[in-house]
Design a protein around this ligand. Structure first.
Ligand code: BV8
Length: 251
């Protein structure tokens, strides 16, 4: 999107038209939509994967190698979320879901984020493609347990079977939750608008949702500070902060 204000407004007007005429919307989001809430992103300078080794922290091998290290890291990230709130970007998507439902349509947020902020902003139909840091899952019986923001110490045990709990997060090399992934694919294939906001769109299979929607003929609206591999399939690209642009598009 060019920097001059007139062209910028034209792109926003076009984005508004796409949103106003859509009945089946999918919003595919990543860490960038939570950045203005103070949640660190992954790949920017200073991002999580620049400070920590994802192979150690966000992989089943790293967890097996040192569950205590993994739990310490995830306890800290959860505690840091306690003082964090949804921003106008999350709220705009929640308002849009309500607006689309009022006109008989449906909106689904397919998020890669694990911070729970879409739910807290009021979005109801949220697919957590990569799980949630606010939940733990048993390594043996798959029981899940809400953790909230509390520090659960190092490697808590399952209240059901006594085995070790792990964060209910999808790590590298792991399959996405089958039911969540199937629903996300169905929604992307059937949508008449795909919004991709705040994601570098480099992690698969999640990023494939945008390509799936585009192949199915849906227009793609991209909201990001920078170009991504999905810019080439976007009908409209809004360059800037999701917390500023989404409220203007949904207004
Ligand atoms: C799987 C856990 C296989 C949560 C994460 C080579 C090619 C293709 C694929 C692969 C490959 N090698 C390996 C793979 C597979 C791998 C993958 O895709 N790797 C990539 C990196 C190459 N994928 C997997 O391993 C997946 N599983 O493939 O399983 C399989 C198959 C069969 C059977 C068994 C197994 C699992 C992927 C999930 C990994 N989990 N994290 C955690 O601990 O945090 S990945 C991590 O990346 C997060 O989940 C995150 O959500 C995701 C995507 O990152 P983003 O959210 O986009 O964040 P990022 O910082 O990158 O970008 C932020 C963007 O926001 C930027 O563009 C920035 O400009 C923008 N922005 C910033 N501020 C703002 C903004 N935009 C707007 N407004 C702002 N204010």
């Amino acid at each position: 999107m060019p920097d001059n204000p007139l062209a910028r407004d034209m792109h926003i007007d076009r984005a508004r038209e796409l949103v106003a005429s859509a009945h089946r919307i999918v919003a595919f989001t990543g860490a960038g939509i939570s950045a203005e809430s103070g949640v660190p992103t992954y790949r920017a300078t200073g991002g999580l994967w620049k400070q920590f080794n994802p192979g150690q922290i966000a992989s089943p091998q790293g967890f097996a190698e040192d569950p205590q290290r993994s739990w310490r890291w995830h306890n800290e990230r959860r505690a840091a979320l306690e003082g964090i709130h949804p921003n106008p970007g999350h709220q705009a998507l929640a308002n849009l879901e309500h607006r689309v439902a009022e006109r008989g349509g449906r909106m689904t947020v397919a998020t890669q984020n694990i911070d729970g902020l879409h739910h807290r902003a009021g979005s109801r139909r949220v697919l957590e493609l990569h799980g949630s840091i606010l939940r733990a899952r048993c390594t043996a019986c798959d029981a899940t347990e809400g953790l909230g923001f509390r520090d659960v110490g190092e490697a808590p045990m399952c209240p059901e079977c006594g085995a070790m709990l792990r964060p209910d997060i999808v790590w590298f090399g792991e399959m996405l939750p089958e039911d969540v992934w199937e629903t996300a694919r169905d929604e992307a294939a059937a949508c008449d608008l795909m919004i991709t906001a705040g994601t570098s769109a480099v992690v698969y299979p999640a990023a494939g949702l945008v390509e799936l929607a585009a192949r199915a003929g849906a227009p793609v609206l991209e909201v990001n500070l920078e170009p991504t591999p999905m810019t080439r399939v976007a009908e409209v690209t809004l360059r800037g902060k999701a917390g500023e642009l989404l409220p203007r598009v949904v207004r």
